[in-house]
Write a protein that binds this ligand. Sequence first.
Ligand code: PDD
Length: 286
Amino acid sequence: MTQRTVFVNGDYVDEREACISVFDRGFLFADGVYEVCSVLDGRLVDFEAHMRRLRRSASELDIVVPWDDPSLLEIHRELLRRNALEEGMVYLQLTRGSSGDRDFHYPEMATPTLVLFTQAKALVDAASGHRGIRVVTQPDWRWARRDIKTVQLLYPAMAKMAARNAGVDDAWMVEEGFVTEGASNNAWILTAEGRLVTRELSHDILPGITRAVVCELADALGLVVEERAFTVEEAQSAAECFVTSASSFVTPVIELDGVAIAEGHPGEVVRRLRERYIEESRRRAL
Ligand code: PDD
């Protein structure tokens, strides 16, 4: 397999040569934020919205973003070009950088570390997007500022391993009986009355970029979106369930904690939303 070219602090380098400090706070304290932009036809989906959220995440943690949006767009495009990526994702990570030692306090003068790399992946033809995924619930034991897209992803990794060990595809997080979100996606249901329900934005969940686009598309399709929390039982008896994220678009959930949703087949509404989302993303990609 050919080696990727990755971006590290201003340089495009072979992935085997890329290096950052062992004192980098991203490594020592998970003191950093990230974004994942999907790529269709060699172009970036929802780039501007992802960069807006990056700046918001960074500013909540007093991390400086020393790159403007045109420069960040240029870096993304250059990486796509150098890696000849047509479909997949670009991962961006920005950390507070290094003070040259380990100290809990934020350093006064640290240059943030910016790393980007590409990941090739079939997104449109992903089998999960068509046949759906099976999910188990896990207690939401993450911290209380899940609206900030930080790189502290150990708990989501543990939840995904619990799902794998249970023989299914993913996990939904539950707090006080209500679903917060998926381990790396936003969770949705379609009620028997035909209303789409997804949890309202707060510190409890990540404000998904795909979630926002799907809210718009739903509106255009004449579907009502109710932003509120729902229980596991409500999801299990829903007409349809699905998840949204940059790397999975709109993906049906066909089983939750062993209970088949809509007889275990992807529903019609999720199928239409996925199709519309892909069309619209292709049209708007930069
Ligand atoms: N995850 N909620 C969580 C906890 C997430 O990690 C993600 C994205 C989302 C969906 O956000 P968006 O629609 O902006 O991708 C919701 C990315 C894809 C990841 O960690 O790989």
